[in-house]
Design a binder for this molecule. Structure first.
Ligand code: NI
Length: 163
């Protein structure tokens, strides 16, 4: 198990555009393993490569569903957004805070899996929210840019899922 340092808000790496991944190799497989380890250790439900300082379009997600998770999205592209849902979210790069963000209720995403095979996935609820949050990270966007009202400092037992 290898943990990577999670970059915090204010670190310029979180504001950069990530490059698409062109090919899979051992180094990138290790990165994905480390991203899962780091996410689970922090009790997060999603993590994007720029959060560990790597400007590549790679996301790992596990919101606690059985299928299709744990999920790796490489070069994700959101094809469709339907409905609207406002809920709290948090981010491992903005520890101790949460805020309400309006997201699409359902998304259809196209991405590559770790074998670089293209797939499409339709998701709703927390998984849809997480996919949108993580895809934003790949383009230098944090949820705090979209928060409705004020950021809040919740009690430990009231924390929103952190992504
Ligand atoms: Ni985040």
């Amino acid at each position: 198990m290898a943990l990577r340092e999670v970059r915090k808000e204010g670190d310029p790496v979180l504001r950069k555009e990530c490059r698409p991944l062109k090919e899979m190799n051992d180094r990138t497989r290790q990165l994905i393993d480390d991203m899962f380890d780091t996410m689970y250790e922090a009790q997060g439900v999603g993590l994007a490569a720029p959060q560990v300082g790597i400007l590549k379009q790679i996301v790992v997600i596990d919101v606690g569903m059985e299928e299709p998770e744990p999920l790796v999205l490489i070069n994700p592209e959101i094809l469709e957004m339907n409905g609207e849902c406002t809920d709290y979210e948090g981010c491992l790069s903005v520890p101790g805070y949460q805020g309400q963000v309006s997201r699409a209720e359902q998304v259809k995403v196209r991405a590559l899996d770790p074998e670089m095979k293209e797939f499409e996935l339709t998701a709703d609820g927390l998984l849809a929210r997480c996919i949108q949050h993580e895809t934003d990270h790949l383009h230098g966007v944090l949820y705090i840019d979209k928060v409705i009202g004020e950021l809040e400092q919740p009690a430990a037992d009231e924390e929103a899922a952190e992504e």
